[in-house]
Design a protein around this ligand. Structure first.
Ligand code: ADP
Ligand code: ASP
Ligand code: MG
Length: 410
């Protein structure tokens, strides 16, 4: 039976003329089986970073609206190139920017959220036998302004399109052949995971496994859209992959599914603030007013009427957040205000943790055996995260991967 398939290709998968030709060949193979194909593309690898550098060289504090006008251009190049490649191979295709495809978003420039996709035009093309090629990572707000969805956002475009068009499959092609127990670039012994619960992937993505953008996984979870992660470097269309689905039973099977890490965070600490109602709000309110997202928060128990706060933020926000915090500190008569942008967060994730005690203590023991100091701890039902010095990151990931027996010994 013919299917409607959404295929997303990331930066390295469209990083050269040869790679784009390979994408065209795969799309044609699926079409020849009778499937309808919608392709979502990223910019060529490195291109979005170059655009960020250009923005920073001209006006890093400039308006986010203008930044989105620039950031969205990388994807416009690849969609045009792929459509030309398909056309040259005799396959009718039509490219669409986010605006043209009516990928509607809110107006939060640089981190916009998709509200709906008006897919009628795309459906007409598919019905007419064309391949539809959509620019990932971008949309349009109600006023017609171009928006972007945050780094890695093409994954989210793909899942949202799959939901809107009621696709049979959402395939995410990247440079690895699926999701592993940890980043296989850091730990080559990482094990391939053939099937993974969306809930576990949600935690892995939010704790730093950038193989899928977190919002893409949230979307897939909300609308129950399975995602298949595959390698665009594998010509075998039935080769290795990971199916990420909402099947509860997969999750219960495994105690620790994987180790995720994040090197993009920084830590801020304020000590000796009055221990009274409203103090957390006074400290974190100005940070949130500056649109800075806070991740982990720890407040110490008060001693002699004073308490300490530590929290983490994205490393890009470190200087601004530290300035705001220290100003607040002066107003509150704090003892000290300091920070560190050389930290890393490591998390172990697994559905089986729900019903098993002792996972966290094994994690702490393993880090202690390596002489690694834990600065902060946070837990959820299926995750334990710790903040440590960045310099111990690799050692910590390897030792946790080992202690929870995640390595591939085949
Ligand atoms: P794309 O450009 O295709 O979107 P990304 O670089 O965003 O690709 O994501 C793929 C990368 O994610 C891999 O190259 C790998 O280094 C990294 N990664 C991090 N954690 C994992 C994991 N648990 N499993 C697989 N890949 C992971
Ligand atoms: N090109 C954008 C980025 O580099 C979006 C994406 O690749 O998903 O973040
Ligand atoms: Mg990506």
């Amino acid at each position: 039976m013919s299917k409607l398939i959404v295929q997303k290709y990331g930066g390295t998968s469209v990083g050269s003329v040869e790679r784009i030709q390979e994408v065209a060949n795969r799309v044609i193979r699926y079409r020849n089986r009778g499937d309808s194909v919608v392709v979502v593309l990223s910019a060529m690898s490195g291109e979005t970073n170059k655009l960020v550098e250009l923005i920073n060289a001209i006006n890093p504090k400039g308006s986010a609206r203008e930044k989105d006008v620039i950031l969205s251009t990388g994807e416009q190049v690849t969609i045009g190139l792929l459509s030309l490649a398909l056309e040259a191979k005799g396959c009718p295709a039509r490219s669409y920017t986010g605006t043209q495809a009516r990928v509607m978003t809110d107006n939060a420039h640089c981190k916009a959220r998709i509200s709906k996709i008006e897919g009628d035009k795309l459906t007409k093309d598919l019905d007419a036998g064309r391949v539809v090629v959509v620019a990932g990572f971008q949309g349009v707000d109600n006023e017609g302004n171009i928006t972007t969805l945050g780094r890695g956002g093409s994954d989210t475009t793909a899942v949202a399109l799959a939901v809107a068009l009621k696709a049979d499959e959402c395939q995410i092609y990247t440079d690895v052949d699926g999701v592993y127990t940890t980043d296989p670039r850091m730990v080559p012994e990482a094990t391939h995971i053939p099937k993974l619960a969306l809930e576990e992937m949600l935690e892995m993505a939010s704790q730093g496994s950038k193989v899928l953008q977190i919002r893409a996984v949230e979307f897939a979870y909300k609308y129950n859209m399975p995602i298949r992660v595959l390698s665009s470097f594998d010509d075998n269309d039935d080769g290795k992959s990971t199916l990420v689905t909402r099947e509860e039973d997969i999750m219960e099977e495994v105690l620790v599914r994987g180790v995720a890490f994040n090197k993009d965070e920084a830590q801020l600490t304020i000590t000796g603030v009055p221990d009274q109602p409203g103090v957390a709000y006074k400290i974190l309110g100005p940070i949130s007013d500056a649109n800075i997202e806070v991740d982990m928060i720890v407040q110490n128990i008060g001693i002699d009427g004073a308490t300490d706060f530590t929290f983490t933020i994205h490393r890009n926000d470190y200087d601004e957040a530290k300035k705001i915090l220290c100003e607040t500190g002066e107003k509150l008569g704090a003892k000290n205000c300091d920070g560190d942008d050389k930290i890393a967060k490591i998390s172990i994730i697994g559905g089986g943790m729900r019903s098993h005690a002792g996972v966290a203590s094994l994690m702490f023991e393993s880090l202690a055996n390596e002489g690694i100091n834990i600065r902060m701890i946070s837990t959820s039902e299926i995750k334990v995260s710790v903040v440590i010095d960045e310099k111990y990151l690799e050692l910590a990931v390897r030792s946790l991967h080992d202690v929870f027996d995640l390595g591939d010994c085949s």
